[in-house]
Write a protein that binds this ligand. Structure first.
Ligand SMILES: Cc1ncc(COP(=O)(O)O)c(C=O)c1O
Length: 383
């Protein structure tokens, strides 16, 4: 990584390696092409062959994400799930993984539908409890997979301690950094081996594209992930690469404004009679507050909260006007999600119950609208 500050790297990438447009366009061009021509055999002037393998627009974006995450290499995928799947492809039949139990439901579906069939075993453990992680390690364990903050219960895992355990037992530590983005958290610097992102969220930031990233600290792992992407083909198209690149330019100011709004809204929610619990790592009563503060530069803008009954939750979803009842997160628009039905329906009912993903739980992704307007909207929806 070079010496420029984070905000500068969001705009220009790593100046030492940045791919520049030969016409010196300020906005990097969209190379909407499937293939690249050659003058004669044995020569590849442009360095590009075929856009499944590599494409200049995608490469420029990958370099920016590497710069922001402190990675040696990043591969951009057509979705966050494609990036997670590529990481799971690093393992072979008989291998075992330990995953956070507070996890995006799609990853649990990936395990149940695909990984089990491929002979990979997964144990879900409470990764906030490091003794539970240690107890789950077996001779065939190959990786620890963590979301912190977890989706949707905002559980915080100590990444330095997780990395220590992974190192001592020869395991890979894979961290989903979607909820905080590299603006607030850099797992590779804390000892993780791979960072994954749903680029559909904070990185692109405008609820207008689907993308994913896997960034690695080690060249051999980065190369393996790139080969998996070239082989399985779930790559990010040029136009979507450009959209995410444009989104990243404003990542720092969006993250700051969203967090500022979230802090105000979390405190307001705490005072509401019909709200029984507010789960936000930026509140001092969050059990992971200290750990989160010690490994990040912020608590982000995702808030889960529990209301008094299912009826209140359903009415809120129907009545919100500025906040939108929709699945997804991390964009400029505030979204209210019902995890039990939207993000975690494929998770077995008893697991949902155990985690607290019940019919009274709502998840709010706070956008960049005026915080007072969001609060007025939530207030009328709660009445
Ligand atoms: C934490 C987390 N990781 C991964 C994903 C999957 O990303 P995508 O929807 O881009 O495939 C999601 C989607 O909501 C998510 O919330």
């Amino acid at each position: 990584m070079n010496n420029e500050h984070f905000e500068t790297r969001c705009i220009h990438g790593d100046l030492a390696v940045a791919l520049r447009d030969e016409k010196r366009a300020i906005s990097f061009p969209i190379y909407q092409t499937a293939s690249f021509s050659h003058i004669q055999t044995g020569h590849n002037e442009s360095g590009f062959d075929y856009s499944r393998e590599s494409n200049p627009t995608r490469q420029r974006l990958e370099e920016i994400v590497s710069s922001l995450e402190g990675a040696v290499g990043t591969t951009a995928f057509s979705s966050g799930m494609a990036a997670v799947s590529a990481c799971f492809e690093l393992f072979s039949p008989g291998d075992h993984m330990i995953c956070s139990e507070d996890l995006y439901g799609g990853v649990i579906r990936l395990h149940n539908l695909i990984s089990v069939k491929n002979g990979i075993q997964i144990d879900y453990v409470d990764t906030t409890d490091l003794s539970a992680v240690l107890n789950a390690i077996r001779p065939e364990t190959k990786a620890i997979y963590v979301e912190t903050p977890g989706n949707p219960m905002m559980e915080i895992t100590d990444l330095r301690a997780g990395a220590r355990i992974a190192r001592e037992h020869g395991l890979l530590l894979i961290v989903d950094n979607t909820f905080l983005s590299p603006y607030f958290q850099n797992p590779l610097e804390l000892g993780a081996d791979i960072v994954v992102h749903s680029g559909s969220k904070f990185l692109s930031g405008h609820n207008d594209t689907i993308a994913g990233f896997a960034s690695a600290k080690d060249q051999a792992i980065a190369d393996k992930i790139r080969l998996i992407s070239k082989t399985t083909g779930g790559v990010l198209p040029p136009f979507d690469s450009w959209l995410v690149m444009r989104g990243i330019k404003t990542l720092p100011i969006r993250m700051e404004q969203q967090q500022k709004n979230a802090q105000k809204i979390a405190r307001w929610l705490q005072e509401q009679k019909k709200v029984e619990k507010v789960i936000y790592p930026g509140l001092k009563d969050h059990p992971g507050y200290e750990v989160n503060a010690g490994q990040t530069r912020g608590a982000g803008s995702m808030i889960s909260f529990r209301v008094d009954c299912a009826d209140t939750a359903l009415r809120m979803l129907q009545k919100v006007k500025i906040v939108t009842f929709a699945e997804s997160l991390g964009g400029t628009e505030s979204l209210l999600t019902y995890p039990a039905l939207q993000t975690h329906p494929d998770v077995p009912a008893e697991t949902r119950e155990h985690l607290g993903i019940t019919d009274t739980l709502l998840r709010l992704s706070v956008g960049i609208e005026n915080a007072d307007d969001i609060i007025s909207d939530l207030k009328q929806a709660l009445e």
